[in-house]
Design a protein around this ligand. Structure first.
Ligand SMILES: Cc1cc2nc3c(=O)[nH]c(=O)nc-3n(C[C@H](O)[C@H](O)[C@H](O)COP(=O)(O)OP(=O)(O)OC[C@H]3O[C@@H](n4cnc5c(N)ncnc54)[C@H](O)[C@@H]3O)c2cc1C
Length: 510
């Protein structure tokens, strides 16, 4: 059932067995897992069924570190940020779960084996094929042969693309039909009140932008407001005293997947040398898939590096400017490289367009998503600025370190070696090895780490079951619980974790 919180009488008191705050992929996955059961679920969503500028403005805040779009990187209505996600899906790698002695604060409380049973149903929820992310024979049979990496530095993986599934429109009707689920729309949770010793979360304070106030009491409460807002919700909880923050960990360890724009390009003389799956998404039974390059695990261990994912795609053609000479020495070197690459890479049939003397070759653009090392100083806190409910806005200080940069530069060099060794292209790198982060670094709208998971309450906000340390019944769902970020887009994994949390809750409620 859908209920608009603005249509209730002021000061309505509601109750449920399970209250889920936030109707994005995490919250909707959890609610669906209880559909048709005898558990009374309330899914409390700040927005409605469509975007609303007034609601969206509640996501404004301060960014005081690497510039970050706090409003543009998330959406506040049913379906959450899945309303404009890109749909890139790949599980985390086994190495991402390990405590690596070269990555401070790394290590999940469990290995990937704990999530393996949940990835296939999570893949179905995001509507990609359940499996086939590794360099197995599957895609080679489906799509045709493709080269295997030769340098020992890189592996091939496969990224699958969701439609992309918009969780609100895709699963909203199912939630609306479920007798045991109430979806409360336009309902902003402004506080989670706990009992006298702050061990039990007892009720939610809810406000609407139209000025109404309601409460919702529940036996179990799950915070699923997104990777940034989960931390803010805990910091604001219990009348501003905060919950789960006894070790000053809430909001720390914010991680993104640093993306660089224009850091390099791959010169290709002959498109025939590049299998299609390396340059574009290949349709497969109504879905699509593309190759990604990831560092070999042995290479990561040997060089003590962070993980990374690179994807390539045809981005344009090089053409010789007819008369004008290159503007400077760097441009001249670039043109020389293109001409050399064209000769080197042309196969027996000659370049693709021999009749066009100005044509130098194609270029592949490169997208990267790199792992960022957990850093306690990269963090979310509360701002002095206030929102329309007079609550402190979010304040983000995103920081990257030298280890992050060193890994990225090394992997770009590896990618250049790999493309050269495979005879597929030559790579021009535009990032100097000068110890500085280039100005073009940006995030991928992947918000991780701010309520990290650890069995040790002095090192994590939630335990292995996503239960807030020190609390009996308050849980967190979403990528904020990731202790490390890996280099895979986070949604598939956070959906898998939400399914695992649903199993845990069902067991507890039995
Ligand atoms: C442009 C873009 C592209 C992306 N591309 C990809 C991709 O290709 N692959 C990938 O894996 N990920 C991608 N992502 C990230 C992906 O969208 C998120 O990982 C995912 O949406 C997170 O799900 P969530 O449920 O944890 O949080 P959200 O989607 O943020 O949902 C949180 C929900 O909580 C609600 N809420 C917030 N505060 C309150 C409150 N106080 N009270 C009540 N409700 C509240 C919000 O309205 C929202 O509906 C992308 C994101 C963006 C923005």
């Amino acid at each position: 059932m859908f209920i608009d919180a603005r249509s209730l009488s002021d000061n309505t008191s509601l109750n449920a067995d399970l209250a889920i705050i936030g109707g994005g992929p995490a919250g909707i996955t959890l609610a669906r897992a209880f559909a048709g059961s005898d558990v009374k679920v309330a899914l409390v969503e700040a927005g409605g069924l469509e975007p609303d500028p007034g609601v969206q403005a509640l996501y404004e805040g301060e960014s005081i570190g690497i510039p970050y779009p706090l409003v543009g990187s998330r959406l506040r209505f049913l379906g959450g940020s899945s309303n404009h996600w890109g749909g890139y899906c790949r599980p985390l790698d086994p190495i991402d779960f390990e405590a690596r002695d070269w990555v401070p604060h790394s290590g999940w409380p469990f290995t990937i084996d704990e999530l393996r049973p949940y990835y296939p149903p999570a893949s179905e929820i995001v509507e990609v094929a359940p499996g086939y992310y590794n360099d197995s024979d599957h895609w080679r049979q489906e799509i045709g042969d493709m080269p295997r990496p030769v340098t020992g530095r890189m592996r091939l993986q496969f990224v699958q693309f969701s439609r992309p599934t918009h969780f609100g429109t895709r699963y909203g009707p199912e939630l609306k039909r479920a007798d045991n689920i109430q979806v409360l729309l336009n309902a902003n949770v402004v506080d989670i009140r706990a009992n006298h010793d702050a061990r039990r979360a007892e009720r939610l304070s809810i406000r609407t932008l139209s000025g109404l106030r309601h409460t919702l009491s529940a036996s179990y409460i799950i915070i699923a407001t997104g990777g940034l807002e989960n931390a803010r919700t805990l910091l604001l909880a219990n009348g501003g005293a905060g919950l789960g923050n006894q070790h000053d960990l809430v909001g720390r360890y914010f991680m993104e997947h640093p993306h660089l724009v224009g850091f390099g390009e791959i010169v290709v003389a002959d498109l025939k040398r590049i299998p299609r799956i390396f340059r574009e998404r290949v349709p497969d039974q109504g879905r699509s898939v593309q190759v990604a390059f990831n560092p070999d695990y042995g290479f990561l261990r040997e060089r003590r590096l962070l993980n990374a994912t690179f994807m390539t795609g045809v981005a344009g053609e090089y053409r010789q400017p007819p008369q004008s000479p290159p503007a400077d020495a760097r441009a001249q070197a670039h043109t020389d490289m293109l001409l050399a690459a064209r000769r080197l890479l042309a196969d027996g049939d000659g370049p693709v367009k021999p009749q066009d003397p100005d044509y130098l070759g194609l270029w592949l653009g490169i997208g990267c998503a790199c792992e960022q090392a957990p850093n306690p100083d990269s963090r979310v806190t509360l701002s002095q600025q206030r929102d329309r409910f007079d609550l402190p806005r979010i304040r983000l200080d995103w920081r990257l370190g030298e280890q992050d940069r060193r890994s990225l530069v090394t992997h770009m060099q590896s990618l250049a070696l790999e493309f050269g060794a495979l005879g597929m292209g030559r790579m021009a790198l535009h990032v100097e090895d000068d110890g500085l982060w280039p100005a073009q670094v940006s995030g991928g709208s992947h918000h991780m780490g701010t309520t990290r998971m650890s069995d040790d309450p002095t090192r994590g906000v939630v335990d292995r079951d996503c239960l807030v340390h020190g609390m009996d019944n308050l849980y967190v769902a979403g990528s904020s619980v990731f202790p490390t970020a890996g280099s895979s887009n986070p949604t598939l994994t956070l959906v898998a974790l939400a399914l695992r949390l649903a199993d845990h809750l069902k067991e507890r409620m039995r």
